[in-house]
Ligand binder design. Structure first.
Ligand code: ME8
Length: 540
């Protein structure tokens, strides 16, 4: 039986800085998918917010001369302001310093401990605070301090004051740590993981990332430390209060806290297992290897899919504060529009690819696809419909060949029918780029259809009034279908257009999960006046 719930999660973001454009990418993907599931009738839980028990945040607070907790309060609000500023419609928010999360993590740690999956051992390792992860030589690169060049590490390279062994992402030397810690017996779960991957061929998406995960598990799984002796900030282990939980062990369980102890005070356990975790490639091992093993140990079911995004650069350069190319997503969307940001992010690349963020490309794409392709067509229909009194009515007998798509006549109907089916399948597979691509192809076809039919000529001929109405109805009806499809991407603009078409209750009905019903209706359109441009061209 199909579940009537859908639980989607963003990573919970570190609070050593305010979310930037790349964090917005993950959140916009989740927002679009969550909105689609909701209009499609599912009960949706969409969670996000902050990962607070990290050393990075403690160090950052210190650097700013603040106590840790007030610093975290301040940052949590700043993060929330970003998501609200972008109209990300999350349903659940979590801070990992919350009591409910401490409670859950201590419960699951105890379960894993009772399950003989946690043991004590002494180790000496390298730790990168930037990644909040343990590192081995093979995870590091060499950095020439003078030239700032990096090159692969090998035991033959002689380290010196000038040649350092650093984390490839943060270009900092990892700390050397020697501690007596508690370890999670990951090695015990090797067969379990292999089996899980075999039974769920799309557990990690896209395939190339899944192959990397499988290859990693194939090589060797090592137990990992789940506690820290020297840190004091974090969740104390229930079986050894002198140590705090390693930030990743705690952070991953945020997804379960949200179901077991939801903010509403009730119980959302029906939402577990999660349907989709959206993460970037930097944290795929945590989500696809550690996480299922930890869940299995604690007695929870497995998430359905992990969707992995690539990494992006800005104008060809790695994003960094020192280069000054960090983009604030709220500022960016205020300068242009949220639609421009969404369109560019979701239709430039397939999810999973690395890419380069370019403001110029974003503008060009918006102008071509929304300002020209879509808006010109809308404007044509509106102007011509007004000349016929503004009402385009569904005439059951006369138009039966038009929207009863199974009886389609002519190429445009066939194409539209295939589009509808493809769109759903792309959405269900989280291929957001394909959803948008196929939509813009359909809009091209509708534009061609309009040019061929020339309703602006037809309208001049009294004897062709009915035919003109029929052509305009076809275009308007298919614009309606396209807008229903695009609603999860551009909810405000689509709602506005529905209202202008005389479909006042559409937003409400969509939010009630009536997408399917709306698709099959054949409403009357009532255009009252000329529309102001909703997709103005942006000058570069
Ligand atoms: O890793 N390109 O938090 P984080 C695309 N707290 N996406 C990027 C990116 C880039 N250059 N850089 C970051 C953490 N991201 C942990 C997660 S979850 C239980 C704990 C996005 O603040 C991407 O989604 O470092 C990545 O997974 C996330 O930000 C990491 O955010």
């Amino acid at each position: 039986m199909q579940k009537d719930t859908f639980f989607i999660t963003t990573p919970i973001y570190y609070t050593n800085w305010i979310p930037h454009i790349w964090h917005a990418y993950s959140s916009i993907i989740c927002d679009t998918i969550a909105r689609y599931q909701k209009i499609n009738g599912k009960k949706v839980k969409f969670s996000t917010w902050v990962d607070e028990n990290s050393q990075k945040a403690v160090l950052k607070a210190k650097e700013m001369g603040m106590e840790t907790l007030p610093y975290l309060d301040m940052m949590a609000e700043k993060h929330k302001a970003v998501w609200d500023g972008l109209n990300i419609k999350y349903t659940d928010f979590i801070r990992t310093t919350e009591e409910r999360h401490h409670k859950l993590v201590r419960e699951v740690l105890q379960k894993c401990y009772d399950n003989w999956d946690i043991y004590q051992a002494e180790y000496e390792w390298m730790y990168c605070v930037g990644c909040e992860a343990f590192k081995k030589d093979e995870d590091l690169v060499c950095l020439n301090k003078t030239t700032k060049e990096t090159f692969p590490f090998s035991p033959k390279v002689k380290m010196s004051e000038n040649i350092l062994k650093v984390c490839p992402d943060h270009l900092t030397e990892p700390q050397k740590i020697k501690e007596k810690n508690w370890f999670f017996r990951l090695s015990k779960y090797e067969n379990f993981l292999k089996d899980l991957y075999k039974k769920n061929p799309s557990f990690v998406m896209p395939d190339n990332r899944f192959n990397e995960v499988k290859a990693f598990v194939e090589r060797w799984l090592e137990d990992f430390s789940i506690s820290r002796e020297t840190n004091t900030f974090g969740i104390k282990l229930p079986f050894d209060e002198t140590q705090v939980t390693y930030v990743w062990f705690d952070a991953l369980f945020n997804y379960v806290t949200l179901c077991k102890y939801p903010d509403s005070g009730g119980n959302d356990e029906a939402f577990w297992p999660a349907d989709l975790h959206v993460v970037a490639k930097d944290i795929i091992r945590f989500h696809a290897i550690y996480w299922p093993a930890m869940l299995e140990s604690a007695g929870y079911g497995m998430p359905k899919n992990v969707l992995t995004t690539g990494y992006f650069t800005v104008d060809g350069q790695k994003i960094s504060k020192s280069l000054g190319n960090v983009i604030d997503p709220v500022e960016f969307s205020a300068k242009y529009s949220k639609d421009l940001l969404t369109l560019y992010m979701l239709s430039s690349i397939n999810i999973g690819q690395d890419w380069d963020f370019s403001e110029k490309q974003a503008i060009l794409m918006y102008n071509a696809k929304l300002a020209n392709n879509m808006w010109n067509l809308v404007n044509r229909v509106v102007v011509l419909a007004l000349k016929l009194g503004g009402v385009l009515e569904w005439k059951k007998e006369d138009y039966s060949h038009l929207t009863r798509v199974s009886d389609f006549q002519g190429d445009i109907m066939k194409e539209l029918y295939i589009y509808s089916l493809d769109f759903i399948s792309h959405m269900e597979n989280y291929n957001l780029k394909s959803c948008l691509d196929s939509t813009f192809i359909i809009l091209d076809s509708l534009n061609n259809f309009t040019t061929q039919k020339e309703p602006w000529q037809m309208i001049k001929d009294e004897t062709k009034r009915e035919e003109t109405r029929e052509v305009l109805y076809t275009i308007a009806e298919w614009l309606r279908q396209v807008w229903l499809a695009l609603y999860p991407f551009f909810p405000e603009k689509m709602s506005e257009m529905f209202v202008k078409l005389g479909l006042e209750d559409y937003q409400k009905r969509l939010e009630n999960g009536e997408l399917e019903k709306l698709i099959s209706e054949t409403p009357t359109f009532e255009i009252k006046e000329k529309w102001e441009n909703l997709f103005n061209r942006v000058e570069i």
